[in-house]
Unconditional design. Structure first.
Length: 152
């Protein structure tokens, strides 16, 4: 009788462990499904390779150009409606045609340092039909007098 009770006790422990393991697996599967659902964007989404470019020290009056590459990681065509700069010293060129899902494109930003001195932080705001409708990239650097940079 004692042996029979011991076997039943061991069976209950095994069943509890099995039930607990199955419950934990169910939670893991549910969490994974939620993560996959959240990752799947319904509509266009703009994803930049980089959001900041540091051009370092440049001489006053020099122009700096940089290409910000991006990808439409969404499920619908991405259309940029505007690219806004913080001042007249910064200009941009951007695609006017829709960017298909999975395709890449680029925004060319030009900064003119004429009349500027010291640390600069030029923010460019990209307005689009994406789920993340407004994104920002920036160019940062330092403007030194033309004579100070000449010796470098």
């Amino acid at each position: 009788m004692h042996v029979l009770n011991s076997i039943r006790f061991q069976q209950r422990i095994i069943m509890k462990k099995l039930a607990l393991s199955l419950l934990m697996m169910l939670f893991v599967v549910a969490a994974y499904a939620q993560q996959q659902k959240a990752a799947a964007v319904n509509g266009p989404q703009i994803t930049f390779e980089e959001t900041e470019f540091n051009f370092g020290d440049i001489k006053q009056g020099e122009k700096v150009e940089h290409i910000f590459a991006f990808k439409n990681t969404g499920t619908a065509p991405l259309v940029l409606s505007n690219v806004l700069t913080t001042c007249g010293c910064t200009a941009s060129e951007w695609p006017k045609e829709p960017v298909a899902p999975g395709k890449t494109a680029q925004i060319k930003v030009t900064f003119n340092s004429a009349g500027k001195m010291g640390v600069q932080n030029k923010v460019v705001t990209i307005v689009s039909n994406a789920v993340n409708a407004q994104e920002q990239v920036k160019m940062v650097g330092n403007i030194v007098p033309a004579t100070a940079a000449a010796g470098r």
